[in-house]
Design a protein around this ligand. Structure first.
Ligand code: NCD
Ligand code: ZN
Length: 349
C-alpha cells in the first residue's frame, strides 16, 4: 500500500518573493505554515539595496507571522552597478541578511536597477568572495536577439563559466534552474556552486502554458521549458546531489497583472509548496529523497544548522481555493480549484 504519512525535518525555502505592504498579511502565513526559514528576494519597488532597509523590511514581514508559528526571514540585498563596499561589510556582520541577488537589468519583475554588465560589479563580487557572501544569480541573458528559451544556456556560457574561472572563491547559487544544461553545469562544479529548483519547473513544461490556450498563470521567468528539461530537473532534485536544493520562487501577482495584455511573470506556489514537491517526488518513487532536498542541502550550502522541528504530511485530498486575498486585490495560486493529494498536518491553507 502506498505510504499514508511521512515526517520530515522542517524545510526551508531558499528563494521566495513575499512582496510588501498589505500583501504580507496573506503571503507570510502561506510560507510560515511549513517553512522555518526563507530567503526573501529584494526586488521590491524600490529595490532593497541597504542592510538597514532589509532589516526594516524583515520587521514588516515578522508582523505578519501568525501567532504560534516560528518563521525567520533571511534577507538579501539587490546588486546594482554600484553597491557600496560598506553595505557588503555590514551584511557580512548581520546574520539576518545572508546573500546578494544578481538580476541582469531587464531580465524579470522589477529588475530595472539590476546589473548592466558583469564587469561593473566585479569589484563588489571580489569583496563578496573575500567575505564569504553568496551571490544568488538570476541566470538569464537579456539580449533581444537571444531566444527566450535559450537565455539560461547563454547565461551559463557567457557569464557564469567566465565568472567561475575568474573568481573561483565566490559562492554562487544559480537560482530557479530550468534546463538540462544548468543541471549539467552545476553537477560539474564543486561545493561553491549550488542551485535552487522550483516546484513549478518540476511539475510543468511549456505545453502546460501554451498547448491548449495561453495560460497566463503558468507564465514565469525563467520560462517553462520543454519536457526533456523538466525530466532533467526531476532527476537532479531527486538525485541526492547536495548541490540541488529547494527554492520555490513563489511569486504572487495581482490577478489583473497576470490576466493582462502584458502579463507579469510569476507563479504563486507558496500555499501548497511542500505538498506539491511531495507529489513530484512520489511520482518518481523518491519520497525518501525529499528531506535532503527540502531540509538538509540548503542549510549545508549556506553553512547554517538544520532545523530541529519536524512537519508531517498526510495522504488526504483537498482542493486548492480558486484565489486568495492579496493586498486590495486577489491572487490566483498554482492548481487553483484543483485537487491535491498531500496535506500538511495542522495546515490551514
Ligand atoms: C519573479 C517576480 O515576480 O518577482 N517572477 C518570476 O517569474 N519568477 C521574479 C524572478 O524571480 O524572476
Ligand atoms: Zn524569483
Amino acid at each position: 500500500m502506498a505510504q499514508q504519512n511521512f515526517t520530515l525535518i522542517k524545510p526551508d525555502d531558499w528563494h521566495l518573493h513575499l512582496r510588501d505592504g498589505d500583501a504580507l498579511r496573506t503571503t507570510v502565513p502561506h510560507t510560515a505554515r511549513c517553512f522555518e526559514r526563507a530567503v526573501i528576494m529584494p526586488n521590491l519597488k524600490p529595490p532593497v539595496v541597504k542592510v538597514s532597509d532589509a532589516l526594516v523590511y524583515r520587521e514588516r514581514i515578522l508582523q505578519s507571522v501568525p501567532e504560534g508559528a516560528t518563521f525567520s526571514p533571511l534577507m538579501t540585498l539587490y546588486l546594482t552597478d554600484n553597491l557600496p563596499e560598506d553595505e557588503l561589510r555590514l551584511l557580512a556582520d548581520e546574520p539576518h541578511v545572508v546573500a546578494v541577488k544578481y538580476y541582469p537589468a531587464g531580465a524579470t519583475t522589477n529588475s530595472d536597477s539590476g546589473v548592466t554588465s558583469i564587469e561593473k560589479v566585479m569589484p563588489a563580487l571580489e569583496i563578496m568572495a573575500t567575505l564569504g557572501i553568496p551571490l544568488l544569480m538570476h541566470g538569464e541573458v537579456t539580449d533581444h536577439e537571444v531566444d527566450i528559451f535559450d537565455r539560461e544556456k547563454h547565461f551559463i556560457d557567457q557569464i557564469l563559466c567566465p565568472l567561475r574561472a575568474n573568481l573561483p572563491e565566490l559562492k554562487i547559487v544559480l537560482e530557479h534552474i530550468t534546463t538540462r544544461q544548468a543541471v549539467e553545469f552545476v553537477s560539474g562544479e564543486n561545493e561553491q556552486v549550488g542551485a535552487t529548483i522550483t516546484v513549478h519547473h518540476l511539475l510543468f513544461n511549456r505545453n502546460d502554458m501554451l498547448a491548449s490556450g495561453v495560460k497566463p498563470h503558468f507564465y514565469c521567468l525563467p520560462i517553462l521549458k520543454r519536457d526533456i528539461h523538466q525530466s532533467a530537473l526531476i532527476d537532479a532534485a531527486t538525485s541526492g546531489n547536495p548541490s540541488f536544493f529547494l527554492g520555490t520562487d513563489s511569486a504572487p501577482h495581482a490577478l489583473g497583472d497576470k490576466e493582462s495584455d502584458c502579463g507579469c511573470a510569476g507563479i504563486y506556489t507558496a500555499p501548497a509548496a511542500i505538498e506539491l514537491y511531495a507529489e513530484v517526488f512520489e511520482q518518481v518513487g523518491a519520497l525518501d529523497k525529499l528531506e535532503n532536498f527540502a531540509s538538509q542541502f540548503g542549510p549545508r550550502f549556506y553553512g547554517l544548522d538544520t532545523n530541529t522541528e519536524t512537519i508531517q504530511l498526510t495522504r488526504s485530498e483537498w482542493r486548492m481555493p480558486a484565489h486568495f486575498e492579496f493586498g486590495n486585490s486577489t491572487v490566483v495560486p498554482v492548481r487553483a480549484g484543483e485537487r491535491l493529494s498531500w496535506r500538511l498536518r495542522g495546515g490551514t491553507t
